[in-house]
Design a protein around this ligand. Structure first.
Ligand SMILES: Nc1nc2c(ncn2[C@@H]2O[C@H](COP(=O)(O)OP(=O)(O)OP(=O)(O)O)[C@@H](O)[C@H]2O)c(=O)[nH]1
Ligand SMILES: [Mg+2]
Length: 302
C-alpha cells in the first residue's frame, strides 16, 4: 500500500482509431498545444509525449497515431509506433467518439489491445455532440464489456471532464519520482514541433489526398543579427500534381500555409520569424521505409 501523500508518476498512452480526438485530449490535458490536430483522419504519425504536472503526481501521456488497417508502409509504421507503447505504459486510455459509439474500427483497436497488460480506461470523447440518452446507452454498452477498468465521458474540445480524468489516471500510477522538470511538457525536439505546426496548416488548407501525401522536413533554423529567426522547411509530396496544388495559383496556397504557420511559430518562439517553404516531389515516399524514417521518424528506432 502506498502512503496517502506519496508522489505518483507514470506513463499513460492515448490510443484509438483515427480522428477520435487523441491529440486534442493530449493538448487539453497538458494545457498547451503540443500535437497537431485536424478533422482529417491519420493526422498524427508519431508518438508524442505530453507531461501533466500536478502537485502530487506527474502524468506522462503518450499521444499515438490512430490505429487502422492499411497496406501502405507509412500507415503500417504509424500503427507500429502506436502498438509499441503498450508494453511500456502503466495505463492505456482508449478513446472512442460519443456520436459514433463502437464502430468496426474501434473493434479493430480493441483487438490490437487484447494482449496489452496495462489497465485500460475507456474515454468517451466528444460528448458535446451527443444527446444525453444516447450517451447513457453507450455508457451502459461499455459497462457490458469487461475490458475497461473505468469508463469516463469527456469533451476534450470543450474542456469538459478533464479534472476527473486526471484524478482517475493518477489513481492508476505507481509511486515514483518526477521524471520531467516542472517546466518541461514534452521531449519532442523543437524541429519536430515546428514541422508539425506547418503540417497542421497543410492539413487544414488542402483536401483529398494532398494533406496525407505531405511530409515536412525542417532544414534549418537560425537567429539572425536583427533577432529574426529564419526557418527553412521543405514540404515533400508524392506527385507533380500535388506539388502544383500545394503551391497554388501564383503561389497563393503556399503563401497562406506559410503565413498561418509563421504566426503560430512566432507565438511559440516569442520572436519574429522569417519562414521560407520549399515544395519538392519524392515519388511514392509513403511506401519507402528508408525515406519514411528520414522524413517522419528521424529520432525513432522503428
Ligand atoms: N466536437 C468535438 N470535437 C472534437 C473533440 N475532440 C476532438 N475533436 C475534433 O475531432 C477532430 C480530430 O481531432 P484530433 O485530436 O486530431 O484526433 P486524433 O484522434 O488525434 O486523430 P489522428 O491523429 O488522426 O489519429 C478535430 O477536428 C477536433 O477538433 C470534442 O471533444 N468535441
Ligand atoms: Mg492525433
Amino acid at each position: 500500500m502506498s502512503k496517502p501523500n506519496s508522489f505518483r508518476s507514470g506513463y499513460a498512452s492515448i490510443i484509438g482509431r483515427p480522428n477520435v480526438g487523441k491529440s486534442t485530449l493530449l493538448n487539453r490535458l497538458v494545457a498547451q498545444k503540443v500535437a497537431a490536430t485536424s478533422n482529417r483522419p491519420q493526422t498524427t504519425r508519431n508518438n508524442i509525449t505530453g507531461v501533466v504536472h500536478l502537485p502530487n503526481a506527474q502524468i506522462i501521456l503518450v499521444d499515438t497515431p490512430g490505429i487502422h488497417s492499411s497496406k501502405r508502409t507509412l500507415n503500417e509504421m504509424m500503427v507500429k509506433a502506436s502498438l509499441s507503447t503498450f508494453s511500456d505504459v502503466d495505463l492505456i486510455l482508449i478513446l472512442i467518439d460519443a456520436v459514433e459509439g463502437f464502430i468496426a474500427e474501434d473493434e479493430f483497436v480493441l483487438k490490437s489491445l487484447e494482449h496489452a497488460q496495462a489497465p485500460k480506461i475507456l474515454v468517451i470523447n466528444k460528448i458535446d455532440m451527443v444527446e444525453k440518452p444516447n450517451l447513457l446507452t453507450l455508457i451502459a454498452e461499455a459497462h457490458g464489456r469487461s475490458v475497461f477498468k473505468e469508463i469516463i465521458p469527456v469533451s476534450a474540445l470543450k474542456d469538459d471532464g478533464m479534472e476527473p480524468l486526471k484524478e482517475l489516471i493518477v489513481g492508476y500510477l505507481p509511486e515514483g519520482p518526477e521524471y520531467f522538470p516542472k517546466d518541461m511538457i514534452t521531449d519532442c525536439t523543437e524541429a519536430f514541433l515546428l514541422g508539425e505546426i506547418i503540417r497542421e496548416k497543410v492539413l487544414s488548407l488542402t483536401r483529398f489526398e494532398v494533406p496525407h501525401s505531405v511530409a515536412v522536413v525542417l532544414e534549418s533554423m537560425e537567429e539572425q543579427a536583427n533577432g529574426v529567426v529564419k526557418i527553412d522547411a521543405t514540404l515533400y509530396t508524392e506527385k507533380a500534381s500535388q506539388k502544383k496544388i500545394l503551391i497554388g495559383e501564383g503561389g497563393a496556397m503556399l503563401k497562406s500555409i506559410g503565413r498561418i504557420a509563421r504566426i503560430e511559430i512566432e507565438k511559440r518562439l516569442g520572436a519574429k520569424v522569417y519562414l521560407k517553404l520549399f515544395v519538392k516531389v519524392k515519388a511514392n515516399w509513403r511506401d519507402q521505409k528508408q525515406t519514411i524514417k528520414e522524413f517522419v521518424y528521424p529520432n525513432d528506432s522503428l
